[in-house]
Design a binder for this molecule. Sequence first.
Ligand code: SAM
Length: 257
Amino acid sequence: MKHQAKKRFGQNFLVDQSIIQSLISAIQPQENDLMVEIGPGLGALTKPLLAHLKHLHLIEIDRDIIEWMQGQYPAEKITIHASDVLKFDFAQLLTAGNKLRVVGNLPYNISSPILFHLLPSLASIQDMHFMLQKEVVERMVAEPSSSEYGRLSVMLQYYLQMEYLMTVPGTAFDPPPKVESAFVRCVPHTQLPYIAKDTECFAKVVTMAFSQRRKTIRNTLKALLTDADFVALNIDSQLRAENLSVQQFVEISNYLG
Ligand code: SAM
């Protein structure tokens, strides 16, 4: 199809066949997987995925692409959900006894909102494989006390085990994005390593602590914790948010709740 890439939909289409093959090998699609692709675009991943799968769900916002895609495959192979992924309810795809596998070369302009939108559905998700801005993937997998470690790292690592799979150069896309990309695998923890009693409180503590990342947590969490509280928690109040582990954020949250 002749298609002018739309910037507002973050359209950077994958064109490098050897990279596409590496992505498919990493995903390892199995015939009966209950799989959903976010943003199929012109089918760079859709086609090779469908070579392995009986059926694939697609979520796409671009009307031109939806119309074209409908003509590409018989109805039993694909189900197109013409929707904004940020408004899409993933639970509606569930079938008895099957967990969802989510894949996509995501629109980079809304990649973090997509990740946060998926968190409430994680109990129904087997795994997720995403192409994202390299810098975002680095933040997702970052260790404490590194400059990439932040709210995204803590919030996602609480729920997910993540693996940086490969770096993908701009030349693999048309049009090429201005930044490098990376492919990441995210698997929900079978058992959460640390359990926050109140996940809203946990999210609030993390957001507050990172609101001014140069400041100490004594300062950023002043409204929540006194010096005596930090002593009781056995956490040095002179640390910055970037020095705290996921476990320590959970401990603070549970202390408050
Ligand atoms: N999968 C294709 C590929 O790898 O070549 C296209 C990837 S492109 C980076 C992102 C895709 O997500 C586009 O097809 C775009 O139209 C779609 N998209 C953008 N925003 C979306 C949204 N809010 N909801 C659903 N799809 C969206």
